[in-house]
Design a protein around this ligand. Structure first.
Ligand code: CTP
Ligand code: CA
Length: 228
């Protein structure tokens, strides 16, 4: 087959993506996790690569093949994901946070396997670092500030919660999806309500790989109006 050499809408752009769940250890054999499959993030990575971007993908435990041509870093915990993102941040032109990062972790993971000696057990949890908010803080005021894209998995008033996140984290774009009623996590199809400071676009329900391509098209458009 002939190689397609048409430049894509993100030709040569450096894109950093987080994907998948994180696992927060309780003891050496147990963890707190979530139902994220990583499918959306991996699809976004493949779509960005197809658009010509140089893609780095920092991902939690996923049963997915890394798309060829994508530079992947596998991590487990929110703290490891945070460190890997900061390591890869320099030169990033678009940061896309699709990961379902645990919001809390056991405050003091046990060094030995917990034994069931008690009738009940209370775990003390502490907040994990907010990776996206921290990236937003660090790039604030930089001459070459990357375009910051967040995801918001919500139940209830999707538009309102998503706009709150856009403002609270200082983002350029939020892609919001409903996770009630069997949609979202672990499902092949999804829809996204995309919001930016002065506009919005609904990407209709479709397979995640096509949805990811539409999102990448929108990101390329937003990048056109992005200063620096
Ligand atoms: N995010 C992150 N690091 C965290 C938590 C969230 O980078 N520790 C990112 C997610 O990847 C997503 C965005 O922040 O792009 C929003 O995540 P979400 O869980 O919807 O929102 P939170 O800010 O964690 O608030 P809440 O879970 O209370 O709705
Ligand atoms: Ca959260």
């Amino acid at each position: 087959a002939l190689l397609d050499t048409t430049p894509g809408p993100l030709q040569g752009r450096r894109i950093l993506i987080t994907a998948g769940p994180t696992r927060e250890p309780v003891d050496p054999v147990r963890y707190l996790g979530n139902r994220s499959s990583g499918r959306m993030g991996f699809a976004v990575a493949a779509a960005a690569r197809d658009a010509g971007a140089r893609v780095t993908l920092v991902h939690g435990p996923c049963e997915l093949a890394v798309p060829p041509g994508v530079q992947a870093h596998a991590v487990e915990t929110a703290a490891e994901m945070h460190a890997a993102v900061l390591e890869a941040l320099e030169g990033t032109e678009v940061f896309i946070a699709t990961a379902a990062v645990a919001d809390y972790r056991p405050a003091t993971p046990a060094a030995q396997k917990l034994k069931k000696t008690r009738e009940d057990l209370t775990l003390e949890l502490e907040r994990t670092p907010d990776i996206l908010a921290d990236v937003a803080r660090r790039v604030d005021g930089l001459a070459a500030r990357p375009l910051l894209v967040g995801f918001a998995a919500e139940t209830g008033n999707l538009r309102e919660y998503a706009r709150d996140k856009l403002v609270a984290k200082g983002l350029d774009l939020v892609a919001a999806n409903r996770v009630d009623g069997g949609r979202g996590f672990g499902h092949g199809d999804n829809s996204l309500l995309c919001l930016w400071p002065d506009g919005e676009r609904e990407l209709p329900r479709q397979p995640k790989d096509r949805l990811a391509r539409e999102l990448i098209t929108l990101i390329a458009e937003r990048l056109q109006t992005h200063p620096a």
